[in-house]
Design a protein around this ligand. Structure first.
Ligand code: ARG
Length: 265
């Protein structure tokens, strides 16, 4: 089943401020390298037959390339983002305008949440992260807006500040994750819900290997996550390795650059 993704070219990408432990403004990052790597990711999706739509990047918003944070879209309904840090504040309304202009019913959020950074939709439930960015009240708000049960999970390691840095859906029913990124109670919830999950090592998590995108057959993932790739292949998936090392300097990987539009538009 082809998917529909929204992406944002890293035209104005830079590491100018630090809002997560990956970001070191003094070390800098290359916009040109980021653009090349991002083009590689976009091409990988298109080669797999997925549809990619684009939102215009905005000067002064260096993190706007991380489209996953722009919203959560389920059944064609759009639950907007409200960013935790002012540096990214204007991105929320920008993504909502993109959807509104295309006729999607949009919901402006009351509570802080960073879209698919902290919300991952499965077939029957939505997994939702909290602890660093998304307010747990947004979990309830999104459940009311989308009519899907939301399962709250608490993140405890600042390197894995968004749910999508520590867990990704392999398909609509199973996930891969790094247990130590979660509180003990949330680890227990994950074990109970996903007895067959793929568990990632610290080495794989530390290269943002869990910031991956699966279409149920292919898994697009950071090339450096070698052990995780082997395990994913062993489970019967085809791994599509990508190099997004420049974007990792801002704390992002393939999934961060990708907002899935679920629904019938
Ligand atoms: N520099 C961005 C931030 O800290 C990176 C966002 C990564 N996005 C994601 N979906 N994890 O907000």
């Amino acid at each position: 089943m082809p998917k529909h993704f929204l992406m944002c070219r890293p035209e104005f990408f830079a590491v100018e401020y630090s809002i997560n432990p990956w970001m070191r403004p003094e070390a800098g990052a290359s916009r040109d390298v980021a653009v090349l790597q991002w083009e590689g990711l976009k091409a990988a999706y298109e080669e797999l037959g997925h549809r990619v739509s684009l939102i215009d990047p905005i000067d002064g918003l260096p993190d706007m390339v991380f489209a996953a944070n722009g919203a959560l879209v389920v059944d064609g309904r759009v639950y907007g983002a409200r960013f935790a840090y002012p540096q990214r504040g204007p991105e929320g309304p920008a993504y909502l305008r993109w959807f509104a202009a295309r006729g999607y019913p949009v919901h402006e959020p009351r509570h802080v949440n960073e879209g698919e950074g902290d919300f991952l939709a499965l077939d029957e439930v939505v997994l939702a992260g909290t602890g660093f960015r998304t307010d747990v009240r947004a979990h309830q708000e999104s459940q009311e807006v989308l009519g899907r049960p939301v399962i709250s999970l608490t993140l405890v390691d600042p390197r894995f500040y968004h749910l999508d840095t520590a867990l990704f859906p392999l398909d609509g029913r199973n996930v891969a994750y790094y247990p130590q990124a979660f509180s003990l109670g949330s680890q227990e919830v994950l074990r109970r819900m996903f007895p067959d999950a793929v568990l990632a090592t610290a080495e794989d998590a530390e290269v943002l290997g869990l910031n991956a995108v699966s279409d149920g057959t292919h898994v697009v993932m950071n090339a450096e996550a070698s052990t995780l790739q082997l395990e994913i292949k062993r489970r019967g998936y085809e791994v599509i390795p990508v190099d997004l090392s420049e974007l990792r300097k801002a704390g992002g990987g393939p999934k961060c650059c990708t907002l899935e539009i679920r629904g019938n538009k």
